[in-house]
Design a protein around this ligand. Structure first.
Ligand SMILES: NC(=O)c1ccc[n+]([C@@H]2O[C@H](COP(=O)([O-])OP(=O)(O)OC[C@H]3O[C@@H](n4cnc5c(N)ncnc54)[C@H](OP(=O)(O)O)[C@@H]3O)[C@@H](O)[C@H]2O)c1
Length: 237
C-alpha cells in the first residue's frame, strides 16, 4: 500500500493583497491548501476569486490579528477540519507613523503598530505552534523589515522599527524554544515593494519579493531556524 503525500496546510495573515497575496499564490501553486487570513470578508472573497481564475483554489477566513478571539477562532477553524496546520506566514502589518519622532510619540499610533506587527504576529505564532506540535511539523515565517535591523537603526517610522526589531527578537526566541519539535521559525525582510504600504515608491513587486518567504515556508527538516534573511541570504541584524 502506498501512502499519499501529505498536502500541507498554510495560513497567510493579511493574505488578501500585497506580499501576502503573492506568497499565498506561490504556496497554492506548489499544491498547498492555503487559507488567506483577512480582516475584510469581501476583500477575502475577491482574492479567492482572483486566484480561482488562475485555477488556484484557496479559502479565506476572517482574521484580525489584534483580536485574540479572532486569532483563536481562525486557527481552530483552519486546523480542525483539515487536521493540521503546517505553515504560518506572519505577514499582516501596518505602517502608520512615518513622520513620528521617538521623543514626541503619538502613543495611539505606537500602540496600534505594536498590537498588529508584534503582538499580532506573536498571538498567531503561539496559537499556530500549538497545532503544529500535534504533527511534529511546522514552518513559521515572520515578515520583518530592514527598518527593524539593529545594525541599521535610524530615525523615522519609530514604532514600525520597534515592532520589527521586536519581531526579530521573537523569531530567535521562538526558534530556540521550539528547537527539536519539528517547527522551524525564521524571519525575512522582503525589501521595499510597490504595495499600498510603500506608497508605490519602488519598482520591486511583491511577486519578486515572495521567493524568500516561500523558500522559508517550504524548508526541509534540516533547514535553518532562528535566521533573519533577505533574498535567501542571512543578514547582519
Ligand atoms: N511594502 C514594503 O515596502 C515593505 C518593506 C518591508 C517589509 N514589509 C512587510 O511586508 C509585509 C506585507 O506588507 P505589504 O507591503 O504587502 O503591505 P500591505 O499591502 O499594506 O498589506 C498589509 C496586509 O496586512 C493586513 N492587516 C493589517 N492589519 C491587520 C490586522 N489587524 N489583522 C489582519 N490583517 C491585517 C491588511 O489587511 P487590509 O487589506 O484589511 O488592510 C493587508 O492585507 C508586512 O509585514 C510589512 O511590514 C513591507
Amino acid at each position: 500500500m502506498t501512502t499519499q503525500p501529505v498536502s500541507r496546510v498554510a495560513l497567510v495573515s493579511g493574505g488578501n493583497r500585497g506580499l501576502g497575496l503573492a506568497v499565498a499564490t506561490r504556496l497554492a501553486e506548489q499544491g498547498m491548501q492555503v487559507v488567506l487570513g483577512v480582516r475584510d470578508r469581501l476583500a477575502g472573497r475577491e482574492a479567492e476569486e482572483a486566484l480561482g481564475r488562475k485555477r488556484l483554489f484557496v479559502h479565506s477566513h476572517e482574521l484580525d490579528v489584534t483580536d485574540p478571539a479572532s486569532v483563536a477562532r481562525c486557527i481552530a477553524d483552519v486546523a480542525a477540519p483539515l487536521g493540521r496546520l503546517d505553515v504560518l506566514v506572519n505577514n499582516a502589518a501596518v505602517a502608520v507613523d512615518r513622520g513620528q519622532a521617538a521623543a514626541a510619540p503619538d502613543f495611539e499610533r505606537v500602540r496600534a503598530t505594536l498590537d498588529t506587527n508584534l503582538l499580532g504576529a506573536w498571538r498567531l505564532a503561539a496559537a499556530a505552534a500549538q497545532e503544529m506540535r500535534k504533527n511534529g511539523y511546522g514552518r513559521i515565517v515572520n515578515i520583518t523589515s530592514h527598518l527593524g535591523s539593529q545594525s541599521n537603526m535610524g530615525t523615522g517610522n519609530v514604532s514600525y522599527r520597534v515592532s520589527k526589531a521586536g519581531l526579530n527578537a521573537l523569531t530567535q526566541i521562538l526558534a530556540a524554544e521550539l528547537h527539536g519539535t519539528g517547527i522551524l521559525v525564521n524571519a525575512v525582510s522582503p525589501g521595499r515593494m510597490a504595495t499600498r504600504m510603500a506608497y508605490g515608491e519602488t519598482d520591486r513587486t511583491p511577486e519578486d519579493a515572495a521567493d524568500t518567504p516561500v523558500w522559508l515556508a517550504t524548508l526541509p527538516d534540516d533547514g535553518p531556524t532562528g535566521g533573519l534573511f533577505y533574498e535567501r541570504k542571512p543578514l547582519d541584524w
